[in-house]
Ligand binder design. Structure first.
Ligand code: FES
Length: 340
């Protein structure tokens, strides 16, 4: 998995503290950046961040456009970089990743639902547009939480989708800092439960936003028997790896990336990604917090323990996949394959 330069085509406001960056993807790059709705892309502009794609696979295939939503944080280092981007600039990007998606087929009739907070709407914009285009008999209900109407992320894009799909798209806006809003409050589990009758039965839910909202809403919607997909935007304070324990012992590592093997030794008290980056600087990663899955690799020999895992499902961990940013070796030799 290699970074490739994408050219910025436009930078537009998505809310009073959010931007939409549109990249122009030429024919030769479209296959590499092909994605499924709900996936994200890792950008590297000196700093690495993962952003959800809010455009659709069809838009990429037909018009060579790929758009991501970026929330601007007051002290955010990447926010400053994003605000300075202009058409014609290039940004290095990894091909899209993520499993916050579902299989869409024209003959399927499903009732989809989403509970999102703030910029959590970005992957759902792509899911709504794609699901309702590909599956003419499906519907989508979106419960959308924001602080205020001015800061509501992607509200114009949602309104455009409503114009396009009419009654097949049901949008419920909830504002936490506007007491005059018809639905006022934070998306607590109790409020989500109260809203379920309003949106009706749902077969498949998508939850996206901060950890507290997602973890609160998950059992509420899961209790209906629906399939639930979750995507976290962050888990609070960005976690930092603990300092390497002294005398933790040495571990022999064989690492495979892009078909090339590298061997080195590391302390057993260190995270695999931190040690591996000293030997292969091109290794994929973004959040370093166990959220984005960009650093995913397969353990082919030996074992590791993960400090946190917000990204891999039980089937992936059972198959040997790990988040290398969260993994410490627990055997004296490990073989890690980033290509698997
Ligand atoms: S870099 Fe994001 S999960 Fe490891």
């Amino acid at each position: 998995m290699k970074f490739e330069n994408l050219t910025v085509d436009a930078v537009d406001a998505l809310s009073d503290d959010g931007l939409m960056i549109t990249f122009a993807v030429p024919d030769g790059q479209r296959e590499r950046f092909a994605f499924r709705p709900g996936q994200h892309v890792t950008l590297d502009a000196g700093l690495r961040r993962s952003y959800s794609i809010c455009s659709t696979p069809a838009e990429l295939a037909e018009r060579g456009r790929l758009r991501v939503g970026v929330r601007l944080l007051p002290a955010g280092e990447f926010s400053k970089i994003a605000e300075g981007l202009r058409p014609g600039d290039t940004v290095a990007a990894l091909p899209p990743l993520g499993r916050f998606t579902t299989d869409l087929t024209p003959d399927r009739a499903r009732r989809y639902g989403a509970v999102v907070a703030g910029s959590g709407i970005t992957p759902v914009l792509s899911l709504v547009a794609t699901a309702l285009s590909v599956e003419p008999a499906s519907t989508f209900a979106v419960i959308c939480g924001n602080r205020s109407s001015a800061s509501a992320f992607g509200v114009d894009e949602l309104a455009d989708l409503k114009d396009r799909f009419g009654a097949r798209l049901h949008i419920v806006h909830v504002l936490s800092r506007e007491a005059s809003a018809s639905l006022h409050g934070r998306l607590t589990p109790a409020l989500v439960a109260d809203l379920l009758p309003l949106v009706g039965p749902v077969d498949e839910w998508f939850l996206c936003g901060p950890l507290g909202m997602v973890e609160g809403a998950r059992p509420v919607v899961a209790a209906t028997g629906a399939t639930v997909h979750v995507e976290l935007f962050h888990v609070g304070t960005p976690p930092t790896a603990p300092p390497a324990e002294e005398d933790a012992g040495e571990v022999e590592v064989e690492l495979v990336l892009d078909g090339r093997a590298t061997t080195f030794s590391m302390s057993a008290g260190e995270r695999v990604l931190d040690a591996a980056l000293r030997h292969r600087t091109e290794l994929p990663y973004a959040c370093r917090g166990g959220v984005c899955s960009t650093c995913r690799a397969k353990v082919l020999a030996g074992s590791v323990t993960m400090a946190a895992n917000w990204a891999l499902d039980p089937a992936e961990t059972a198959a040997g996949y790990v988040l290398t940013c969260q993994s410490q070796p627990s055997s004296s030799r490990i073989v890690i394959d980033y290509d698997a």
